[in-house]
Design a protein around this ligand. Sequence first.
Ligand SMILES: COC(=O)C[C@@H](NC(=O)[C@@H](NC(=O)[C@@H](/N=C1/NCC(=O)N2CC[C@@H](C)[C@H]2C(=O)N[C@@H](CC[S@@](C)=O)C(=O)N[C@H]1C(C)(C)C)C(C)(C)C)[C@@H](C)c1ccccc1)c1nccs1
Length: 267
Amino acid sequence: MQQRDLEPFETTSADGARLHGMRRPGTGTPVVLVHGVAMDRRIWADSGFLDAVPDADLLALDLRGRGASERVGLPQRHGIDRHVEDVRAVMDLFGHPEYTVFGVYFGGRTALRVAADDSRVTRAYSFCAHAEEVELPDDAVEQEAAAIEAPDGHRYLTDHFHRVGAPDWMVDACRRVDLPELAAVTRGLWHGSARAVQRRNPGQDLVLITAEGDPERDVFTAGERRLGARIWLVDSPTRVRAAHRLAEVGARVATEAAGQAAGTGAR
Ligand SMILES: COC(=O)C[C@@H](NC(=O)[C@@H](NC(=O)[C@@H](/N=C1/NCC(=O)N2CC[C@@H](C)[C@H]2C(=O)N[C@@H](CC[S@@](C)=O)C(=O)N[C@H]1C(C)(C)C)C(C)(C)C)[C@@H](C)c1ccccc1)c1nccs1
């Protein structure tokens, strides 16, 4: 992906947070790309996703506190509704009537919440995050936040993701994050992220993606029943290792986008 294709953009979220992103111009319904917690917008190029979706108009933002976007500091400014507002600010900036939103991990859960709140989203993909209520184990999440804000916080993250077989692009992304901000994002998960995604709006197409071997696969199929979502499975033993398949999933997204443009897209 030559750098010449990428055009930077800036906008402001509903609470005033300054956001940065990159547009890769293309055709058809624009696709807003939403990264996960310990990531930034560079993962889309690094994972090969960008090259797997050569024609689409891609809008990749840095969520608040990540990449070049504003550090907001407080956990309550990192709740999932603030993430939703970040994505909606990008949709407002480009002013299209319809968008596809594609998110990975917590960015996928965010994509589903954006679709529930905003009917400009006609298709939402959640890579390896489901739509059901989760039990946030207060101690484990607080321990994780404390480990992240410790001096060797990057090592905690990279050792863990190495150990569970994450791809290099995910491990490298951890090294780029600002640790105090990442600890605030982690504590921010207590602000609304545990709630299930309530609905699919008429005319929306939701796709939940997880690993063939995911022990929580049944939680994803619950979303299929409850929301009328589609399920894609990737050939991987776990959700974390499914990250190796992100470019392959991008190619499937491109096929659907092309199909839609030709008027034959699955609805
Ligand atoms: C089974 O987990 C996996 O398959 C790993 C997978 N995580 C998830 O899918 C979801 N999280 C979880 O399931 C669970 N949360 C967790 N802490 C919240 C969290 O995620 N992080 C906070 C920090 C940041 C790095 C991110 C993360 O990544 N930490 C990994 C592991 C990293 S190491 C360094 O310890 C993670 O999961 N830690 C768990 C535990 C603490 C319970 C062990 C629960 C409590 C929500 C169930 C995420 C998408 C989520 C869903 C709903 C609501 C909130 C978050 C990955 N995400 C990114 C890359 S891999």
